[in-house]
Design a protein around this ligand. Structure first.
Ligand SMILES: [Zn+2]
Length: 345
């Protein structure tokens, strides 16, 4: 029900032109296992950045190194999560490229320009078509410093037998050291959705809530939990992820709770809610959902992604782009709706 509370910041239907309606989600991302946020194989260290610890008084002059979860590291797994379901219901479209029929896929320069994912996260096609992304993320920063949140693990290569010794009894000498982010590390960031419809909001929020693994070698490590601590509506963006983290640092200092690993989830959520409670006073931000309204919106999203409703929900959202696809098709003469199993189901 209370998704209606967001109505003045939701688009009634998809349209090509932006109208400055913004919904922002304050997102807490907590690592639940070891996590590796760097580009595999490059030998680069984990992403981190020197920043001011806080934003007031002495903390402003104190420089700390925080971990950074880049935009790409957030959005790519979340897009893939949504696309798993689009694929399952045959809602990814095909395009014809040099006599080849390609199905919409990420990072292969072959966006179909017709699926839910293309319409929401955007694409830039070589053929001249383009759609701006309507989901804006920012680099997320860790609350604690890199020194507190990183650790090294030395791995001993294991033989086929599952032990450290080969058949002749010789110990494995192959050693490898890898840096990882500890479990229980918190990242905070602000995700902004621009000119989205109610169903698009549900799709994007569902992608964030349903994604549970991030980073390199995520099939082995990289479990993460996402929670939405605040939903805002307005005509301007919220303060940045960095400002949020700095304000939380100052809030911890004010209440005298030490900032050290492992940081209590509850303390952090309380501090975050205290900080964001004053954000509706900022220019351009006019609405914050109450805790009850926020819970109701999350329940609404869960309901739409449930086994019972997911397919109908995704098909309805897919259908909502139909008028815009036809324009594109006749103009560019490319893109053909993939024969789906719809007829047979
Ligand atoms: Zn697509």
């Amino acid at each position: 029900m209370s998704i209606e509370k967001l109505n003045s910041f939701l688009a009634p239907t998809y349209e090509n032109f932006p109208k400055g309606r913004m919904i922002s989600l304050v997102t807490l991302r907590t690592s639940l296992s070891e996590l590796i946020l760097r580009t595999e194989g490059t030998g680069e260290p984990m992403c981190r950045e020197f920043v001011q610890a806080g934003s007031t008084g002495d903390s402003r002059r104190q420089v700390v190194q925080r971990l950074v979860m880049t935009k790409r590291k957030q959005v790519a797994p979340e897009r893939r999560k949504g696309r798993e379901h689009l694929r399952a219901y045959n809602l990814l479209y095909t395009i014809k490229k040099k006599e080849e029929i390609l199905t919409c896929s990420l990072n292969t320069n072959a966006p179909c320009e017709m699926c839910i994912d293309c319409f929401l996260y955007g694409f830039a096609a070589g053929g001249g078509g383009a759609q701006k992304s309507r989901i804006w993320t920012e680099d997320a920063f860790s609350i604690l410093t890199a020194t507190d949140t990183l650790s090294d693990r030395t791995i001993n290569a294991i033989f086929e037998t599952g032990t450290m010794r080969d058949e002749k009894g010789n110990a494995s000498t192959a050693l490898n050291t890898s840096e990882y982010i500890k479990p229980g590390v918190h990242f905070l960031d602000v995700v902004t959705l621009k000119d989205v419809t109610a169903d698009e909001f549900r799709y994007l929020t569902g992608n964030i809530l349903l994604t549970g693994r991030y980073g390199a070698v995520s099939s082995r490590v990289g479990r993460m939990e996402n929670q939405i601590l605040g939903i805002f509506g307005g005509i301007a963006e919220l303060p940045s992820s960095l400002e949020l983290v700095q304000a939380i640092h100052d809030q911890f200092t004010t209440i005298g709770t030490p900032l050290e690993h492992p940081l209590d989830n509850g303390d952090l959520i309380d501090a975050t809610k205290t900080v964001i409670a004053s954000w509706t006073n900022r220019r351009g931000v006019s609405l914050q959902l109450s805790d009850e309204e926020l819970a109701a919106v999350i329940a609404d999203v869960d309901q739409h992604w449930s086994d019972a409703e997911r397919e109908a929900f995704l098909r309805r959202l897919d259908q909502s782009y139909e008028p815009f696809r036809q324009v594109g098709e006749s103009k560019k003469g490319k893109g053909k709706k993939k024969e789906t199993a719809e007829a047979g189901s």
